[in-house]
Design a protein around this ligand. Sequence first.
Ligand code: NAG
Ligand code: NAG
Ligand code: NAG
Ligand code: NAG
Ligand code: NAG
Ligand code: NAG
Length: 349
Amino acid sequence: MTVGRRSCGRQLQAALFRVLCLIPTGLPVRSVDMQRTTDNITIRQGDTAVIRCYVDDKVSKVAWLNRSNIIFAGEDKWSLDPRVDLITKGQLEYSLRIQKVDVFDEGPYTCSIQTKQQPKTSQVYLIVQVPASIYKVSEDITVNEGSNVTLSCLANGRPDPSITWRLLNPSAEPLEGEEYLDISGILRTQAGRYECKASNDVSNPDVKYVNVVVNYPPYIKDAKSSETPVGRLGILQCDASAVPKPEFEWYRDDKRLTNSAGISIQILGSRTLLVVSNVTEDDYGNYTCVASNRLGIHNASLFLYKLNIPTIKYPTRGPGTGRDISGSACLTQSLWIFLASVTCLFFKC
Ligand SMILES: *[C@@H]1O[C@H](CO)[C@@H](O)[C@H](O)[C@H]1NC(C)=O
Ligand SMILES: *[C@@H]1O[C@H](CO)[C@@H](O)[C@H](O)[C@H]1NC(C)=O
Ligand SMILES: *[C@@H]1O[C@H](CO)[C@@H](O)[C@H](O)[C@H]1NC(C)=O
Ligand SMILES: *[C@@H]1O[C@H](CO)[C@@H](O)[C@H](O)[C@H]1NC(C)=O
Ligand SMILES: *[C@@H]1O[C@H](CO)[C@@H](O)[C@H](O)[C@H]1NC(C)=O
Ligand SMILES: *[C@@H]1O[C@H](CO)[C@@H](O)[C@H](O)[C@H]1NC(C)=O
């Protein structure tokens, strides 16, 4: 995140500038007043920290301390840590460099200076930041509708990252939850890809995903009856909504239908078609499509109506609702229905 890095850099510059101006502070060595506000240097884990300390030629002794451990006494390195060294420029600079900074390096660092007259110290507090990182997230899950679901997303980082959740549906609004996202009585509309984002402004947020599948029983949302003349292709269609995908069966009154000469049952995902290749008088009547999965079963009634040529009557709709259509319009209409049916068959409308 460039904004974070820039402000971090500015902070560092400011801190270094303040260190420069603070020397000398006139405090005695080994009695550092911890109440005194110290300057902070903020650095990202893995980067190189340079803690500046400037001296003048009247100085007789210098040392770097980390809490109460001596890191350097003059040019002598007391610390065994290979990541630590000094930056010196002639007699005037006595800065401490720590490469590949880690979280255990966080803390106060003291540059202790002894002149002929007076000992002085300058202290800097090193703050180590760690980008947010998700180390544990829920596995993808499949649950039944109505279940209580808890998704987890655990992250570390310094400062502590904040965790936010979204369901990646078109609205993708933020959800209420942090490490744990509780969904009580989950609905089918709450199925989908959940995004967990951990951010602490040190670097780009860390993002992980959990896929949630919600099972529910079939529901036939659309059943298309058909009006077909004798000798033509008759198609009945059922569309179901179900997770997992439904199984389908077709019935004529109470008799189960199977693929046979003249009749074919087609299943395309959550849609099924009953195709009668050459409709006869016997085929007109009442059909039922049944959709089932392990959570339940649902059925719908459909009708194969007779379409008369050249005069169309709708005998199954009772008296008074019949309509007459002139010969050419009727031909056009039946041709259209035939084409639509075939198109339907091939393009899974
Ligand atoms: C240094 O950081 C601490 C928190 O870690 C804060 O309380 C303090 O005010 C900071 N000091 C300065 C000089 O920024
Ligand atoms: C500072 O001290 C801590 C423990 O006191 C130690 O773990 C860390 O390595 C030290 N850091 C440096 C740069 O010496
Ligand atoms: C789901 O949680 C609610 C409380 O939030 C509780 O009343 C209900 O019994 C729980 N249902 C199941 C199936 O655990
Ligand atoms: C439909 O069936 C009738 C009577 O069985 C037959 O005469 C006709 O040729 C068939 N049409 C097609 C397209 O198979
Ligand atoms: C069609 O069949 C279904 C199921 O067998 C039945 O419930 C319905 O009443 C029937 N409709 C007609 C008009 O016969
Ligand atoms: C359709 O559903 C009704 C009520 O749920 C049931 O009584 C009937 O037997 C079902 N029909 C078929 C063919 O499964």
